[in-house]
Design a protein around this ligand. Structure first.
Ligand SMILES: [Zn+2]
Length: 486
């Protein structure tokens, strides 16, 4: 597997050296004949999904690569995991009111992404992440690997090989499916110990997130201490917000920050010593993008998806605020660094979220209680939940006695956050898949296969306008950087 990646990187390096992509002098010999010609005779391009003179996507991408005169210094790809378009309206109403605008509403270029895996109509994070970073169709559960077990080269790996700084930031476990696709190659996303081992060997410059459990020799089946392995490979380890601040100040160039054993905390846990997604992203940009360095950074707002799996409106509001704060910081960064490109998209929808006529933001603010919190609080005393809900919602929401009975049964009926959400979300004007519907989608637990919006700003932002397939995203990011990928 590694041999195949090395061969591919060798070919890529030769191309890179020969094409002299970063010098304007070198560029001139690759220019299209002249601009006037293309005005007289309209050319097919990437913005037009259907045209009279279709050219292949590879031809179109090659043409765009030849037109890039000044490559982006840096690229930031933000993946808002699971965020379908319904979440955007929901967040706008809850966070800034119907007449306001979210940060995501302020992007100058909007595109649309056609999204599916190789083995079905609906993606999980593994397949979608694979597609977003390798340009090849992925299969659900598989991390940047072919059906026959060969590693697919990722854009982040190629850029690292070419001397750019690369980083991955998430508020989930750093070994979870989406971040893993950027640096690891395994047949199943559940192989998180192996993914952690591959992380340490990747040579990437910055990793920030959760998942310390998989680096700890006490919990690993092979007993390997990945913390000391990381230090041997030149990484500084950050385990707290203070550690991270110190490392940024000291200008260390290789950092692994693991701020929780599992995913970073939920808002109801009120944990203080953890950096926020915005703080981790800002730290990563300081380490990667300072001193005019060239860089790629992936940031995952990974818990939007979890709140949808949990039918958890209260926590969805909080996670959309996390996204809002992070986008505010990133938009400021790009405004101050106009040689950087920012692309924001999701990897798939989740839960078929829709807003109905009963929608009432005030009522949601007043009544929505985290279903994940309730699951946690009542998991060992399920029978007490109906009484709690009746007290909490009495006179405000009608609770269906038949649904409530599910929580007063035997312990075999394990308490699920999404089943709690089924009791009141409809009455607050938000429809999400029921617990029963989610169970019928055993691979994705309720993901959906709709087209996904792409928001972009900064240098070469127009590459991401119009309609494109998910596998074209990394090719276009490569074009923006002046790299032919794969
Ligand atoms: Zn996902």
């Amino acid at each position: 597997m590694q041999k195949r990646i090395c061969q591919t990187l060798l070919v890529v390096s030769l191309f890179f050296l020969c094409s002299n992509l970063f010098g304007d002098e070198g560029r001139m010999q690759h220019e299209p004949e002249n601009i006037q010609n293309s005005e007289e005779k309209p050319q097919s391009d990437l913005i037009t999904p259907v045209n009279e003179n279709p050219i292949s996507i590879d031809q179109a991408l090659e043409k765009k690569l030849n037109e890039i005169k000044k490559p982006a210094r840096g690229v930031i790809l933000l993946i808002a995991d699971g965020m379908g378009v319904g979440c955007i309206k929901y967040a706008r109403e809850l966070i800034c009111g119907r007449d306001g605008f979210l940060e995501i509403d302020k992007f100058p270029v909007i595109g649309r992404m056609i999204d599916y895996p190789a083995n079905g109509p609906v993606s999980d994070s593994a397949a979608a992440g694979t597609e977003l970073v390798t340009g090849k169709f992925g299969r659900n559960k598989a991390i940047s690997i072919s059906p026959t077990g060969e590693a697919y080269l990722t854009l982040w790996e190629m850029a690292k090989h070419l001397g750019l700084k690369v980083g991955v930031v998430t508020d989930t476990r750093i070994t979870h499916a989406t971040p893993a696709t950027f640096y690891a190659h395994v047949k199943d996303r559940a192989m998180e110990e192996e993914i952690a081992s591959q992380l340490v060997r990747s040579g990437f410059d910055v990793f920030l997130g959760g998942g310390a459990h998989f680096f700890n020799k006490t919990f690993r089946k092979d007993g390997v201490d990945l913390f000391s392995e990381s230090k041997k490979d030149g990484y500084e380890i950050a385990l707290s917000k203070q550690d991270l601040a110190r490392i940024v100040t000291e200008h260390n160039s290789k950092v692994i920050g693991l701020f929780a054993d599992q995913h970073l905390s939920w808002s109801y846990m009120n944990v203080k010593n953890e950096p926020s997604l915005s703080e981790m992203s800002a730290a990563a940009l300081q380490i990667l993008g300072g001193k005019s360095q060239r860089f790629l950074l992936m940031i995952e707002a990974g818990k939007i998806d979890f709140t949808l799996h949990n039918n958890d409106l209260a926590e969805l509001t909080m996670q959309m605020r996390v996204l809002e704060d992070t986008l505010k910081m990133l938009r400021d960064f790009v405004n101050q660094n106009p040689d950087v490109l920012l692309v924001v998209l999701s990897d798939h929808g989740n839960g078929g979220m829709s807003i109905t006529e009963k929608f009432d933001p005030e009522k949601i603010r007043e009544l929505a209680t985290s279903t994940r919190y309730l699951e946690f609080q009542f998991k060992d005393k399920i029978k007490e939940l109906p009484g709690y809900l009746k007290n909490h919602f009495s006179g405000k929401i009608a609770l269906d006695e038949e649904k409530l009975k599910k929580f007063s049964g035997t312990n075999s009926n394990r308490l699920k956050a999404e089943a709690i959400g089924d009791l009141f979300n409809s009455q607050l004007g938000v429809e999400l898949f029921s617990y029963e519907t989610r169970k019928q989608q055993p691979v994705t637990s309720g993901h959906t296969g709709e087209d996904i919006l792409i928001h972009s700003m900064g240098i070469h932002q127009n590459l991401f306008g119009g309609v494109m397939k998910i596998v074209d995203i990394p090719k276009k990011l490569g074009i923006a950087l002046g790299l032919k990928f794969p």
